[in-house]
Design a protein. Structure first.
Length: 128
């Protein structure tokens, strides 16, 4: 990302957000290397963690993507704990009926309690 950041900055734009959203590993699996969050923070840019794309299983349901939403909370907690600047999450009130990204979407009724915990972790992480 260092070269990409330098290229963007060369245009006079220093308002850059970098996003970690998982990397294809084998078939139907995305993996997050949490070292990347620290590495991207060193590039003097905002770092955003995509907590729902990171649990997507591309092609995991044969003819469409699947997901493992049960891992949204632990991955979001881990990212916030290392001091990311923001989170991105797909949220839906009925993920089973969503036209896109349903299997890896956070349920709307679980969002408020999750954000409450994440705000607490964010305060602790940024005090350190």
């Amino acid at each position: 990302m260092k070269n990409a950041v330098q290229k963007v900055k060369s245009t006079g734009n220093d308002k850059i957000l970098l996003t970690e959203r998982g990397f294809s590993f084998g078939y139907n699996n995305l993996v997050v290397d949490f070292r990347s969050l620290e590495i991207m923070k060193r590039l003097d840019c905002g770092v955003v963690f995509d907590a729902t794309h990171s649990v997507q299983l591309p092609g995991g349901e044969g003819n469409r993507s699947g997901g493992q939403r049960e891992f949204i909370t632990p991955l979001a907690r881990a990212a916030v704990s290392v001091g990311v600047h923001g989170l991105f999450m797909e949220v839906h009130d009925r993920p089973e009926q969503a036209l896109s990204d349903g299997p890896n979407a956070c349920r709307l009724d679980q969002l408020e309690p999750l954000l409450t915990k994440l705000i607490q972790l964010d305060r602790i992480a940024k005090e350190s």
